[in-house]
Design a protein around this ligand. Structure first.
Ligand SMILES: *Cc1c(COP(=O)(O)O)cnc(C)c1O
Length: 391
């Protein structure tokens, strides 16, 4: 039986928030406040020692020699592209089923985003579709930007070999995938450069905006460092037109503390995802397609998923979401409108029907609450509410 609380005359399900950061904060309060206080005492707010320390620890966690902190995940994507020399006249292939910054960062360096459809199971950029568009020609293809959506790496082996054949640069949008891996290699070390976001909802989260570029290439790392600080190698000598995108020292201090917890957090997310799968299956709600029932997240056996999001395909998705909202159960749609149909990107010339797999995903996906501090009884309440909706 489900827990109820009396609110007025109608019994209501207990609320389950999509995320509750206060639970983690309660656990790390002393440690994180001490780290912030240390920065305040030192008064070194711009690229203080915490930044270099965090970069070294984060590089190690990602299994790469270089990490460069910056102001956001969006800036990390720009920096990675710019440091690799991608720009005017270049075409970069990416997915229409992602956050806006995936495409806007390509535009920001002056390159042209070329969109191709996703894989039905993983929601990630389809290697077959990329190969096809490259074969079609008509563009100066210079890069490919797979996104590790929801915390599961894209098929990086396929992208690496395509890139090698054709001399393309591979930039990972790893914003949702800190700690994830593909065939045993960590996100951040699977392409020529990668971008991470530490936006407060991500698996590794700052207390504000922050991001990071990782790479195995010393030249790319050095260029990223130069570009994040107005293109300066020597103070007030500007070799290139960069911008101000430093990682804030206070954020680095917070991230240093949180980095120590991210692996355990990712393990817990994986356990919670398995538990969701088990409970939905036991409730008889699951199908292979939305014609049969709800479709559970597909985990590619070559990937180690970190479940930044637990995303189902849901029959009557919008009605289900309304029902959950009415019962104070958090859910979210990542993303309701594909990038190819965004108002601001009309000039790219795409139309409805160009990316059928992505467009259908936009109509069917629903993210349910998942974070390391989510309680099992809360997860069970989510499952029970969904069971009642479909009953
Ligand atoms: C969050 C996110 C970004 C942007 O990161 P910010 O830190 O918010 O700028 C880029 N790509 C993807 C896939 C994201 O999820």
């Amino acid at each position: 039986m489900i827990e109820m609380i009396e609110t007025g005359t109608r019994p209501k399900l207990l609320a389950v928030p999509m995320l509750d950061f206060s639970r983690e904060f309660a656990e790390i309060r002393e440690e994180v406040l001490a780290a912030i206080a240390a920065v305040c005492e030192s008064q070194r707010f711009i690229l203080g020692p915490e930044v270099a320390r965090f970069e070294a620890a984060a590089a190690e966690a990602c299994g790469v020699p270089f990490a460069v902190g910056c102001a956001s995940g969006t800036d990390a994507l720009w920096l990675a592209l710019a440091a690799l020399g991608l720009g005017e006249g270049d075409a970069v292939v990416t997915t229409p089923f992602s956050f806006f910054a995936t495409v806007s960062s390509i535009l920001r360096v002056g390159a042209k985003p070329v969109l191709v459809d996703i894989d039905e199971g993983t929601f990630n950029l389809s290697a077959g579709a990329v190969e096809e568009v490259l074969g079609r020609g008509g563009e100066r293809f210079a890069g490919v930007m797979p996104v590790h959506l929801y915390g599961q790496c894209a098929d990086m082996k396929a992208f690496s070999s395509l890139a090698k054949e054709r001399g393309l640069k591979v930039v990972e949008d790893a914003a949702q995938a800190f700690g994830a891996s593909w065939e045993g290699v960590k996100a951040g070390g699977l392409g020529d450069a990668a971008a991470f976001s530490f936006y407060p909802t991500k698996n590794l989260a700052a207390f504000g905006d922050a991001g990071m570029v990782t790479t195995r290439d010393e030249v790319v790392a050095e260029r990223s460092k130069m570009l994040r600080q107005h293109g300066m190698r020597r103070r007030y000598y500007h070799d290139e037109v960069g911008w101000n995108s430093r990682l804030d020292t206070l954020q680095a201090a917070v991230l240093e503390v949180k980095l120590r917890r991210v692996e355990a957090g990712n393990r817990r997310r994986l356990e919670l995802a398995s538990l969701y799968n088990e409970r939905f299956t036991a409730a008889g709600l699951v199908g292979k397609t939305t014609a049969e029932g709800m479709v559970l997240p597909f985990c590619d056996p070559r990937a180690e998923h970190v479940f930044h999001q637990y995303v189902i395909r849901a029959p009557r998705r919008d009605a289900l979401r309304e029902y959950l909202t009415a019962h104070s159960i958090g859910s979210e749609v990542y993303y309701p409108l594909v990038l190819s149909l965004q108002e601001s990107l009309k000039f790219l010339g795409y139309k409805k029907g160009d990316f059928p797999v992505s467009e259908r995903a936009a109509e069917e996906v629903l993210a349910l609450p998942i974070y390391p501090e989510l309680r099992v009884e809360e997860l069970e309440r989510v499952v029970e509410a969904i069971r009642r909706f479909y009953a």
